[in-house]
Design a protein around this ligand. Sequence first.
Ligand SMILES: [Zn+2]
Length: 284
Amino acid sequence: MSETLFALTNDDAGGATPELYEELLDFLDEQDVRATFFVTPYQGGKRIDAKPEWMALLGRALDAGHELQLHAFDHGSTFEFGVPPDFMLDIIPDAKARWAAEPEEVQKAHTLELMSDRIARGKAIFQQAFEYEPRGFRGPCLSMSANTYQALADHGFVWSSNQVVNPMGWRYINKDYDAGEPWQADVPPHPYMYTSGIIEVPMLSEYTWYLTPDVEEKHFELIRSDYDRVRELGGVFLTLSHYYAMTGEWATGLDVYRRLFDYARELGDVRFVTVSKLVETSLS
Ligand SMILES: [Zn+2]
């Protein structure tokens, strides 16, 4: 069996509770795992480089070999870069209702010009803060549109990680454990050429959203069975997570990852990589 590349991704750095992000960094150090962090450049109306506590933590992340890429511009709207997938809207009832009530209004905000402007502004702040150009992007709430992919290509991005292989993670968030929704037939568990020349690197799912100990086993079984299936298929295993939903009083999420890392290492032939490394390795 070939080696399985495992990429843990984590969103929303730059937002509230940096101390919980620090807890995740400590955990990843202890586990000797490199992750990819999607950083929001202008969250809460403030540039990331005007947040000294965050800049220190993100500098520490870079020093430890993690990678930082771009996540949204201000993360202010569920529809910032397009329309999130249905299973995401199902856990955000207000957004779902708005999308149903006024689809034209929602889509008006996704012209190429507007998307390009937001990408350019986000990229500029990111580049000034970290002194390199971001090459990867994730939309807030996985909101994406054809114009967003085009805007990414126009601004020199190489890859995006927005498509989802297994929607069940979101069904679990809704406590709908028996939805039985299959893996999405048109989303393969490996990088592929998507649109506008952008490489899409799909995530399997989100497994650790505000877990309590009583549901740990269910979520561990979901992530473990997805890992087994990817490994069997010879795919790559990319997961989505959020630092504040898996640490502190919600540290059950870290327990799920601790168990999965142990499991993967026990099976063998696993390498923990950043998404850029994954893209470079699987396409070479
Ligand atoms: Zn986000």
